[in-house]
Write a protein that binds this ligand. Sequence first.
Ligand code: PEP
Length: 233
Amino acid sequence: MKTNPLYHMKKTIIAANWKSNKTKNEAKIWLNETALGNFPEHFEIVIFPSFTLLDYISGFVRINDTPFKIGAQDISPFDSGPYTGEISGKLIKEFADYVLIGHSERRAGFGESDEMIRKKVDMALRAGLTPIVCVSNISQLDGLESKEGLVIAYEPLGAISTSGPNAQPENPSLTSEFVQKIKEKISAEVIYGGSVEAGNVGQYISLENISGVLVGGQSLDPINFINIIKNAI
Ligand code: PEP
């Protein structure tokens, strides 16, 4: 159990990163199943669907009064304007409150540099979005300023379930040590991501310096996701 006296005042983030998955119909089935769950008020459950689903999911959540927050999986480093294919912060803010920035898949597969990520963080904050910046090492924090509302997702590369056949969740005591280093460098809430599932989520949530978890693969199935939330309580 957490001993931090602020624990009950702060929300625990349980974030679902759907990556490039789910059609509208699949999202509808997921929402109908998870909406039946019982979610304690101190949880901030944030769904990160693809851009194509932001409108539909934000409408569902509003109409059904479902206690989910919505996030985008990326943001343009530019304002609205002549940037074909880009989605600016202003466009995201119509539907979402959060944005994932610098996921390791974007750093590796789309060449996103730390400088690009800093621009995206600025854009997110200017649009009134809460940025969740993914990092796997301390140097990726260079140049990031402590800003009210900034969230860091610590995701060790080898822990991400899709990183390879040897992917494994990080030992929680190592996670706690690393989070401490992050907090010595920047003032931010820190969440953990990497092979989180119903069976291990409690070990991370109970770490005193962690404010939640980012879940990839296990968030795609509604039952698995509900079980993660149940075991995080
Ligand atoms: C991720 O890719 O952000 C992630 C945490 O994935 P998984 O939970 O599948 O390891």
